[in-house]
Write a protein that binds this ligand. Structure first.
Ligand SMILES: CC(C)(COP(=O)(O)OP(=O)(O)OC[C@H]1O[C@@H](n2cnc3c(N)ncnc32)[C@H](O)[C@@H]1OP(=O)(O)O)[C@@H](O)C(=O)NCCC(=O)NCCS
Length: 158
């Protein structure tokens, strides 16, 4: 079941892709530009981890520009799956794109047998995940990569 809330933002198309997608480099560009570059992480550092086996939800605007992405780590058949690198381009925030990306990954995970999703949320994004039904667990910790505080969050898939 989809979350209650906004429908699809006007003009937004959602794709399910993997690292072989022809425009995958643009997905990485958005993730790096918004999630890592501002914190001084260099592009060739361990910011990305191997893409092989991960599944990506990608949002395109009406002009075909990539305006958001979220990544489901490999693990088809696993009861728990991890989400990483959820990002919406600044100009497209607040329109429901992030919710759409998370709903897409939740649907994929559920189809592949998962019953729970978990992630490491930046403190600034905790409210976003709470709106989608995720709850914090454990202590606050600082990412060794970006130096910013995070919490682990988890959601039981319905
Ligand atoms: C966090 C992020 C992905 C949210 O994407 P978005 O498209 O702006 O979010 P949505 O418009 O789908 O918002 C869904 C709901 O969450 C709320 N929300 C969004 N961002 C929020 C935030 N930072 N804090 C609290 N609530 C937030 C929205 O108001 C909306 O609430 P509603 O249920 O009343 O409609 C986006 O702001 C972003 O890319 N931030 C920078 C990168 C980042 O921090 N990513 C997360 C890494 S862990």
């Amino acid at each position: 079941m989809a979350e209650p809330g906004v429908g699809r933002p006007p003009g937004v198309e959602l794709l399910a892709v993997d690292h072989e997608w022809a425009r995958f480099g643009e997905v990485l560009d958005l993730s790096y530009a918004e999630l890592y570059c501002p914190f001084g992480v260099v592009r060739d550092a361990e910011w990305y981890h191997p893409a092989h086996g991960s599944e990506f939800a990608v949002a395109l605007d009406e002009r075909g520009r990539i305006v958001g992405t979220a990544r489901l780590l490999p693990g088809a058949g696993d009861p728990e799956r991890q989400v990483r690198q959820v990002v919406v381009a600044p100009a497209a925030r607040g329109l429901g794109v992030g919710r759409l990306l998370m709903q897409a990954l939740e649907g994929t995970a559920r189809t592949e047998g998962a019953v729970e999703l978990w992630l490491h949320a930046r403190e600034s994004a905790i409210g976003f995940y709470e709106r989608l039904g995720y709850a914090c667990e454990g202590d606050r910790f600082v990412s060794p990569l970006t130096g910013i505080p995070h919490r682990t969050m988890r959601k039981r898939l319905g």
